[in-house]
Design a protein around this ligand. Structure first.
Ligand code: ZN
Length: 242
């Protein structure tokens, strides 16, 4: 399986707090723990030619992981179109944290994807609300993060196909923090945690969820439907008129 971790990689360049936490970038940290499993992991970033998302790269990608925040508007529409097409063809997509406002996620959802937020170093408890789902394998009843940014409802997304996690925040808000969708042949997972000034992607349970999600959104061996006008498979008997 070929996994591509895409990161905007701008906070890392501008904010020393972020580059101290993630010296190889958020993409580097995610790629490092994913490489512990038997998957091929590559990374690409916004400032590469075609954002590192050339046709060749996209065709060779089974699962794309997306982290972006301050430069969503710099992602070229033509690249978003190509990523969208690949999702409909079956490429898995995992959208992390502030990726809720990325062009690709908004296009796939068809809604504003807006939410409430606050940076106050508060505790987050992500409750597993679908313990039957493979994305929760190896996780207890909840995951606790000592400090995170708050995202609160209402989160303007379509009703998820499956709601996996529901977050509670110290300040009182709740948030649908793990949600799945199917779009065309593609499986999409949105996962909330991962504000850039916290070491969230070093948390082993968060890593486990992302590892599980990579397996779950991977869809590369399923049938490819054929659309349009088609010949009958069986002989259709001629019906007499009247
Ligand atoms: Zn954030």
């Amino acid at each position: 399986m070929n996994v591509l971790v895409w990161n905007e990689n701008r906070h890392e360049k501008k904010n020393p707090i972020v580059s101290d936490i993630y010296p190889k970038g958020i993409h580097g940290a995610i790629a490092a723990f994913l490489s512990e499993d038997t998957v091929n992991v590559k990374t690409s970033t916004l400032d590469e030619p075609e954002h590192g998302l050339t046709d060749e790269v996209l065709i060779g990608t089974d699962v794309l992981i997306w982290w972006g925040h301050m430069a969503h508007h710099e992602v070229l529409d033509e690249i978003v179109e190509k990523v969208h097409k690949r999702v409909l063809e079956g490429m898995g997509l995992i959208v992390l944290h502030s990726g809720h406002f990325s062009k690709i996620f908004k296009k796939l959802m068809g809604t504003t994807c807006d939410l409430k937020w606050r940076e106050a170093d508060e505790k987050e408890r992500l409750w597993v609300v679908d313990p039957s789902h493979p994305i929760t394998e190896g996780i207890g009843e909840y995951i606790e993060l000592e400090k995170e940014e708050m995202y609160g409802e209402h989160f303007d997304i379509p009703s998820p196909d499956q709601l996996i996690f529901l977050s509670w925040f110290e300040g009182g808000e709740v948030f649908r923090s793990g949600a799945t969708y199917q779009r065309g042949k593609g499986k999409v997972f949105y996962f909330r945690p991962g504000h850039e000034t916290y070491p969230t992607y070093y948390n082993e349970e968060i890593q486990q969820v992302i590892k599980n999600a990579v397996q779950w959104v991977n869809n590369s061996d399923t049938p490819t439907p054929v659309y349009g006008n088609t010949n009958p498979i069986e002989t259709i008997s001629k019906k007499e008129k009247g």
